[in-house]
Structure formats: structure tokens, C-alpha cells
Ligand binder design. Structure first.
Ligand SMILES: [Zn+2]
Length: 65
């Protein structure tokens, strides 16, 4: 049996500014949507579920490394 560590982190939704608590479970996460944008540097970009669903953008997102 593998043990999965749950970690909770707090972030702010960059769209509406609402605080969201994200649960990291292994390499996956719940509650919140994370994007890694590669411009000049990599940044964390979190959206709450409300803003994510409201967005039409087709931005690929993946699990937290
Ligand atoms: Zn939001």
C-alpha cells in the first residue's frame, strides 16, 4: 500500500481575490485550478472553481509538480 500525503495550501484566486484552500494529494490537487504560465518566468496561477468555470479560456493545466 502506498501512502498518500495530503497537504493543504492556501492561495488566493488571482481573478476574484477569494482565498481558496487547495488540497494536494500526491501529485494531484483538488479545489482550485492551477496554471503554469511560461513567460519570463514560471508562476503559480490559481483560480477558484467559480472563476475557472466562468472562463472560456482553453488553457491546459496539470498537476502540481
Ligand atoms: Zn475566483
Amino acid at each position: 500500500m502506498g501512502s498518500v500525503v495530503n497537504r493543504k495550501i492556501k492561495r488566493k484566486c488571482l481573478v476574484c481575490g477569494k482565498s481558496i484552500t487547495i488540497t494536494l494529494r500526491g501529485t494531484r490537487y483538488t479545489n482550485g485550478n492551477y496554471f503554469e504560465l511560461i513567460g519570463k518566468e514560471k508562476i503559480e496561477y490559481w483560480e477558484c472553481n467559480n472563476c475557472f468555470e466562468a472562463s472560456d479560456d482553453d488553457i491546459p493545466y496539470g498537476p502540481v509538480a
